[in-house]
Design a protein around this ligand. Structure first.
Ligand code: ADP
Ligand code: ASP
Ligand code: MG
Length: 410
């Protein structure tokens, strides 16, 4: 008998037929004698639908109320899943995040899990029930409902697997695993059999939405091994695990694109010590996550500083910070560009192989793609480029590093 945590994403529970299909799969595992804890997302599109409803009523809705609203999406699907299991004669009970004992901090819409007290889950497992937990949500000490950031059901699953000491944590989704690039953009992308947590973390934070990046941070911290696989087939998926020696043999593991960033350029700041500090202090105080940064010193002792920020933060910067930034730094102008994307190549093999940057820049140049910003770490190279060339860039780099070829893997 094993203790198994499974997570089913929005598409996998997107219709009554799909819910029933998933319920049959869960029952099969339970009938084999396993203890089953199942995390479920809202039905596909439901979270976006709720967000759109909210925005029709208020331009900037209160974040507490947003969480109250969004949590209902997952609450619907857990109840429906429990009913489907009951219909198959399988004992099951649904729980909200709060009932499952998931306690978070109070940062609405991207709360962090602080503590999990899973005694209700344990009691129901002891009663031979399948436990269905609403993904993406928790509660604060003061009993407010919180959510864990988009894609947060992945995090619920990983956190429960860690605290319940599960033997297996399986993430069921609408593709057969983690691919060398988004298979919707690159049809010849290949499923990766095993990927290191560091590579998955980079790919996820650089745009591969197949796994929420925070869930991978959590998996790394608590040593949770994950399998990402399809809810529609029985094909084995991708194992995400700690790095092994032979992983460095593959130089580039995958290519990701992030289309949700924007470029902010603060123009003509006096080129004196302390100006950058003031600018980034103000952004930090407003909780704006800054990623790449470049500074160009132009003539007349003036500098331009550009950085990338999440598109979702632009409005806040424009309305709350722009004037203050100008006044504090003496900047002449602030420009915004949403028509950019960040395309990245990722692989632990880059640590021990040279030339990846050169090949990346040459491939993009050969296709007339202009690179606006560059950043690197020891296992990734990211380029900011025009949004309309992002998909091309992903395909070009996928081909440059021969990621579609099965013989590449050692
Ligand atoms: P779920 O609803 O199951 O959580 P998501 O939509 O969040 O599913 O994630 C799955 C999607 O991630 C896939 O349909 C695919 O288009 C996209 N994706 C992006 N990059 C990758 C990648 N490298 N490998 C696999 N899927 C990817
Ligand atoms: N329903 C939430 C979302 O769409 C959480 C999830 O699916 O993991 O982001
Ligand atoms: Mg997801």
């Amino acid at each position: 008998m094993a203790r198994i945590v499974q997570k089913y994403g929005g598409t996998s529970v997107g219709s009554p037929e799909r819910i029933l299909n998933v319920a049959r799969r869960i029952k099969k595992y339970r009938d084999q004698g396993n203890e089953m804890i199942v995390v479920v997302s809202a039905m596909g599109g439901e979270t976006d639908r709720l967000l759109s409803l909210a925005s029709q009523l208020n331009e900037s809705p209160d974040e507490r109320e947003i969480d109250m609203l969004l949590a209902t999406g997952e609450q619907q699907s857990v109840a429906l899943m429990a009913m489907a299991l009951h219909g198959l004669g399988c004992p099951a009970i649904s729980m909200t995040g709060a009932q499952a004992g998931i306690e978070t901090d109070g940062v609405h819409s991207r709360a962090r899990i602080r503590n999990i007290t899973p005694h209700r889950i344990e009691d129901s497992l002891a009663d031979q029930k399948v436990v269905i937990v609403a993904g993406f949500q928790g509660r604060t000490e003061e009993d407010a409902i919180t959510t864990l950031g988009r894609g947060g059901s992945d995090l619920t699953a990983v956190a429960l697997a860690a605290v319940l000491k599960a033997d297996l944590c399986q993430i069921f989704t609408d593709v057969e695993g983690v691919f060398t690039a988004d298979p919707r953009i690159v049809p010849e992308a290949r499923k990766i059999d095993v990927i290191s947590t560091d590579e998955m973390l980079e790919m996820a934070s650089l745009g591969a939405k197949v796994m929420q990046s925070r869930s991978i941070e959590f998996a790394k911290k608590f040593g949770v091994v994950l399998e990402v696989r399809s809810s529609l087939t029985d094909t084995p998926g991708t194992i995400i695990t700690e790095e092994s020696d032979d992983m460095e043999d593959v130089v580039v593991r995958g290519v990701s694109a992030d289309k949700n960033e924007a470029k902010l350029t603060v123009r003509h700041i006096p080129d004196t010590p302390g100006q950058a500090a003031k600018l980034f202090q103000m952004l930090a105080e407003a909780s704006v996550n800054v990623d790449m940064i470049i500074q160009n010193v132009s003539e007349h002792q003036l500098a331009d500083i550009s950085c990338t920020v999440p598109q979702a933060e632009l409005k806040k910067i424009q309305t709350q910070l722009e004037t203050r930034i100008r006044e504090a730094t003496g900047a002449e102008d602030i420009l915004y560009d949403e028509n950019i994307a960040k395309v990245s190549v990722v692989g632990v093999g880059m640590r021990s192989h040279s030339g990846v940057a050169a090949s990346t820049f040459k491939a993009l140049a050969d296709h007339g793609i202009n690179i606006e910003m560059i950043s690197t770490s020891e296992i990734k190279i990211s380029c900011v480029l025009p949004l309309e060339r992002a998909d091309d860039a992903v395909r070009i780099l996928h081909q440059t590093f021969k990621l579609g070829e099965t013989t590449r893997e050692t």
